[in-house]
Design a protein around this ligand. Structure first.
Ligand code: OXD
Ligand code: MN
Length: 597
């Protein structure tokens, strides 16, 4: 097939990849529906995907990956910088020479008898000053079809690239899917990603975590911008003004739910609305107005299926009703539809489970869908998608929100004193494991800015970059921390969560607009009770009081755990953050002494 480009940099690299992997055929993905339709048909014929019920799920397909290939594999993920210290203490590191050598051994002849697909894609709207271009070479049609949902693909991307050498070179091969030979290598200094022996989205849709977070965070540090693991949403008030916030949460804290939140009835009646710009990744740049602006570099959602229902996240569910791909969920043989745990109360009786075994959802004790089964859905399907979601200029960010799952320590919401303190709050972000996940409640895992698995360089240098970005902004976003997961003595959640989180967002926006005062506490600004609107919410005053309270003892414990974590970061930890830790410790010790006196 004719190459889609005359770009010598691209062609030279493709030649190298072809002579390494030796595919039988090479196909350039031009992004046309005609070409994609042929690939869909071919993948249906080979059994790689199954077409779902055309009336109920038009344009949707079902896919399964291997039993041992169902999640991101952090122990197989490497940052291959020339110097080990540039990968830092939180990443696995491999010397680039060794990684290329090992990769070449695995990829050699691996596409014999297969077709190699070359996918030109843009992260961000094509041509936006925020956007970046990548190529993914793959031997999987599933990857082609999924990349076509998650990114902008095809000839228009090639045209935007012109003869530039500024593109990320991604090589993916299924090889033999051998878990022992599975690697996800990132070469930040070469704009290169190699992923082999996996077919699971998080490891093989190279535009997402590999490029848009790991490589892009490195690029951002060199070029003066930021790539963050953040949702972006807009909050519209009854006057029609929209304010945007970006929010970072570690996994299992409800990021997609917050991104697509439906405000409580009393707010809806008044005319408040929430608009989704993105649910997972934000690329942020400072503009001439001294503010931070953000785009969502993706074009789709790669969401966790189980737990998604009309009740828990109507907007996410509706996003999957056409042109979506479902992976590792249960397949209903009676009507060619899909099902997962908590989808509804009516599991299919004549189905296949996520491994393809016969499964009766009414009688089986086994799960139908894998806990990390996924949907890949076009963002444009989302009923609350923002009209700015593809704006090449991005949206201005009023607030950055960090959040974790903390049973006791963190209050419902607090505001940092300033940017530097906010960076401290983000750098110490943590979440606790739940009983369901580990059998042990309250094991704190530090996940700075929710970027622990995704920061493509040294975490201490990443913190410095955050501080430098703050220095450059005349009007930086205010930084907040939220915690929807505080529990009472009976281990019950005290805050209702979901749509009711809108009440906290309202306080955050009011703070950004200087509309409400707050109390200054040891850890930052805490809302006054009367400033959290509880109209229409069944919550007792003393519960709200407790939700906003600070338990000095558990904060002092937290300080110890932060000290440990900072020790691990080592000498690249910026001194500003050490100072913030000292301030926090002093504030807490003073409070403790006062309470004893
Ligand atoms: C994701 C993740 O899949 O953070 O978005 O793991
Ligand atoms: Mn994520």
């Amino acid at each position: 097939m004719q190459s889609l480009t005359l770009n010598k940099n691209v062609l030279k690299w493709i030649d190298e990849v072809v002579s390494l992997t030796k595919p039988e055929e090479v196909m350039w993905i031009d992004g046309s529906e005609e070409q994609l339709d042929k690939l869909r048909e071919q993948a249906c014929n080979s059994g790689e995907i199954i077409a779902l019920n055309k009336e109920r799920y038009p344009g949707c397909y079902y896919h399964r990956s291997k039993k041992d290939d169902v999640a991101r594999m952090e122990d197989k993920t490497f940052i291959c910088s020339s110097r080990k210290e540039d990968a830092g203490p939180t990443n696995n590191w491999k010397n680039p020479e060794d990684a290329y050598k090992l990769g070449k051994e695995i990829f050699e002849n691996s596409m014999n008898g297969r077709t190699m697909y070359i996918i030109p894609y843009s992260m961000g709207p094509v041509g936006s000053p925020f956007s970046k271009i990548g190529f993914e070479v793959t031997d999987s049609i599933y990857v082609v079809l999924s990349m076509n949902i998650m990114t902008r693909v095809g000839q228009k991307v090639i045209d935007a690239l012109g003869d530039s050498n500024d593109f990320v070179r991604g090589l993916h091969g299924k090889c033999t899917l051998d878990i022992n030979q599975r690697y996800i290598f990132h070469f930040p200094e070469d704009n290169t990603i190699w992923s082999c022996n996996s077919a699971y989205g998080g490891n093989v849709l190279l535009g997402k975590k590999c490029f848009a977070l790991r490589i892009a965070s490195y690029q951002g540090s060199k070029e003066g911008w930021m790539a963050e693991h953040m949702l972006i949403l807009g909050i519209e008030n009854p006057q029609g003004e929209v304010k945007y916030v970006a929010a970072a949460f570690p996994s299992a804290c409800g990021k997609t739910n917050l991104a697509m939140l439906i405000p409580p009835e009393i707010y809806k009646k008044k005319g408040y609305k929430v608009w989704t710009v993105g649910d997972d990744i934000a690329w942020l740049r400072i503009k001439e107005d001294g503010r931070l602006w953000a785009i969502n570099p993706e074009a789709g959602f790669f969401g966790v299926a189980p737990g998604t229902s009309e009740k828990s996240n109507y907007n996410a569910l509706m996003s999957t009703r056409k042109n979506a791909i479902f992976t590792n969920v249960a397949y209903n043989l009676d009507d060619d539809t899909i099902w997962w745990e908590k989808f509804d109360k009516n599991p299919p009786e004549n189905a296949l489970d996520w491994q393809g075994n016969p499964w009766n959802g009414k009688t089986s004790m086994e799960r139908g869908a894998h806990p990390n089964s996924r949907f890949t859905a076009p963002a444009i399907n989302c009923p609350c998608i923002s009209k700015e979601w593809e704006s090449p200029d991005g949206v201005p960010i009023s607030a950055i929100i960090f959040g974790g799952r903390r049973a006791k320590t963190a209050p419902l919401v607090y505001q940092s004193r300033n940017w530097k303190h906010g960076v401290f709050v983000g750098s110490t972000l943590a979440s606790e494991t739940t009983a369901a996940a580990s059998g042990k409640i309250g094991v704190v895992r530090r996940d700075p800015m929710a970027m622990l698995p995704f920061c493509g360089y040294n975490m201490g240098d990443y913190f410095s970059h955050w501080l430098e970005m703050g220095e450059k902004m005349s009007n930086p976003p205010k930084i907040f921390h939220v915690n929807w997961f505080r529990t009472n003595d009976n281990s019950e959640f005290m805050w209702p969560g979901y749509g009711e989180n809108f009440r906290v967002l309202e306080w955050i926006i009011n703070r950004c607009e200087n509309k409400v005062d707050a109390d200054i506490a040891e850890i930052g600004f805490i809302p006054r009770e009367e400033d959290i609107n509880t109209e229409g919410l069944d919550i007792k005053d003393e519960v709200l009081q407790e939700l906003l309270s600070i338990d000095i003892d558990s904060w002092l414990d937290d300080v110890k755990s932060i000290e440990e974590f900072y020790k691990k970061i080592g000498e690249t930890l910026p001194k500003e953050l050490r100072e913030e830790l000292t301030v926090l410790k002093c504030n807490l010790n003073n409070a403790m002494e006062e309470s004893i006196a």
